[in-house]
Write a protein that binds this ligand. Structure first.
Ligand code: GZL
Ligand code: ZN
Length: 325
């Protein structure tokens, strides 16, 4: 039987199946089995987040089953259902969008499998559907970005026309970071009537998405002073488009992004980005700590906020050598 099972798994994994391998009928040797349904591999942040989760599971001795949903909600739901069937001890996931989870989370609840949210939140009335949410405060990240622009308004009106025209590259439509980073930014810039968002569109958190949308913005908006990108990857795509249009990123057009992954910090240190708000992907250790507590039936806080900061070009140059991702 075992041999067949392994062969079957090898086949399944080869076929990039969503379900994970091995059975874990409530392993009674005290070890914990976790099913993790990841969003995808859309950005440098996501890759670092996946590494943190996989490495932390190994260090914690937790048996991790992992799936990549290619940013599709139906794939994440399929993965969660397969983890329920495999009777894992705990399910964790980063919901690609905020809504549409109640049914599958009810199924996990009926199966008495605790669910931990990481990175992104779900928008549900029934908070009994998950044990805790470990992740950043995205509204605060948007506020930090907006506050920087208010504090640096004059220098950001690069065409000196008295108006600061901002184009916004939004994250994945319907995702918590896209909704909240927009909200926080708009709250802060409302303090200065010179600052206006003249165009806003999703680049789906990818470099290519940011590049394509920025190309369109450059065609249709003669006056762009600032780009606000909801993540570094879309900001890096925008830099390619700005350069192709014969303009200097960071000088002719100011750029503000969120994440602070290595490629973003490198562009920041080079002055092609002007400000980055950090969003830490290193959620693995906290997730494994929560999983152990939950498995032991211990109380855990219902919200765990990750610590993060902001970077100017000078601070990026200083921080780069020690950055883990
Ligand atoms: C934020 C995370 C976002 C990152 C993007 O916690 O959900 O998704 O900011 C990533 O880089 O794609
Ligand atoms: Zn201007």
């Amino acid at each position: 039987m075992k041999k067949t099972l392994i062969a079957l798994c090898a086949l399944a994994v080869g076929g990039m199946s969503l379900s994970a391998c091995g059975s874990s009928e409530g392993a009674d040797d005290g070890s914990i089995t976790m099913g993790f349904a990841q969003v995808g591999a859309e950005s440098g942040w996501r890759t670092a987040n996946t590494t943190s989760i996989q490495e932390s599971a190994k260090e914690a001795g937790i048996d991790l089953k992992f799936s990549d949903a290619q940013q599709k909600q139906e794939n994440q739901i399929k993965s969660i259902r397969s983890y329920i069937q495999q009777k894992v001890d705990v399910i964790a996931f980063s919901p690609v969008v905020e809504t549409g989870w109640d049914a599958v989370l009810q199924e996990a609840k009926r199966a008495k499998i605790p669910v931990v949210l990481t990175d992104r939140a779900v928008d549900t009335e029934d908070t009994s559907l998950y044990v805790t949410f470990i992740g950043s405060d995205f509204v605060e990240e948007g506020e930090k970005a907006g506050q920087w622009l208010v504090d640096n308004a004059d220098a950001s009106d690069v065409d000196k026309d008295g108006a600061i025209n901002v184009v916004e590259l939004q994250g994945t439509t319907g995702s918590a970071p896209a909704i909240d980073r927009k909200k926080g930014f708009e709250d802060k810039i409302s303090a200065d009537s010179k600052i206006k968002i003249t165009a806003s569109q999703t680049g789906d958190f990818t470099r290519d998405g940011g590049k394509q949308v920025m190309e369109a913005f450059l065609q249709s908006n003669p006056k762009i002073d600032v780009v606000y990108a909801h993540n570094d990857d879309m900001g890096l795509g925008a830099i390619e488009a700005i350069k192709a249009a014969g303009k200097k990123p960071g000088t002719d057009i100011k750029i503000i992004t969120v994440d602070a992954v290595k490629d973003g910090m490198t562009a920041l240190a080079a002055g092609e980005i002007n400000y980055i708000v950090e969003c830490s992907p290193l959620l693995g250790p906290q997730l494994m700590d929560v999983a152990k507590k939950v498995a032991a039936g211990e109380e855990v806080p219902d919200r765990i906020v990750t610590e993060e900061t902001t970077f100017t070009p000078e601070q990026a140059a200083e921080a780069l050598p020690d950055r883990k991702y």
